[in-house]
Write a protein that binds this ligand. Sequence first.
Ligand code: GAR
Length: 203
Amino acid sequence: MPHRIGVLLSGRGSNFEALADQIADGRIPGAEIAIVISNREDAPGLARATARGIATKAIPSKGLPREAYDMQVVAELRGANVDLVCLAGFMRLLSPYFVAAFPRRILNIHPSLLPSFPGLEAQRQALEYGVQFSGCTVHLVDETLDAGPILVQAVVPVRDDDTDESLSARILAEEHRIYADAVRLVLSGRYRIEGRRVIKLHN
Ligand code: GAR
């Protein structure tokens, strides 16, 4: 049985597309993207999924309490027999209900070296702080924002002439690489979690 991935996104969908490309090239064995869900009907990522023949669903969040919204999303994911959830620019905090529905099976990507610069505009935060290295992180999701055990990180140097755009673009290229690495790791099952630490098993 292939692993069925549900992708949640709010915008552009380049991380979704990078995952879809890697799967299409056979570089994430045993994986398929079952559904792409967005809280925004106009998210370009939904159109990109449709163009690839992948099922999509817009579930607008306006006016709904967090848990009521998450119940709809979880029901949709379960209906699609999803066993791994990938947040790919999904700009909402998940409720404890959602997290408990897929224990240690929800991944998120964030454009900084967590725990530095959680939240919005992480690349701008890094630039304004003056760090010389930033990067990106894929982590397991818990109820806290941009936290949870770290699966994979990549370091990106900050250049003196960087702008928000140039730094974001270099980080994004690494995001596309490490999200697939993290999905491969989780689907292989070759890791164990000790406290916050993800220990990779080599055998
Ligand atoms: C990515 O840079 C991702 O790391 C970030 O949103 C962007 C989505 O781009 N996510 C967060 O900041 C989550 N806190 P994409 O739609 O092209 O994948």
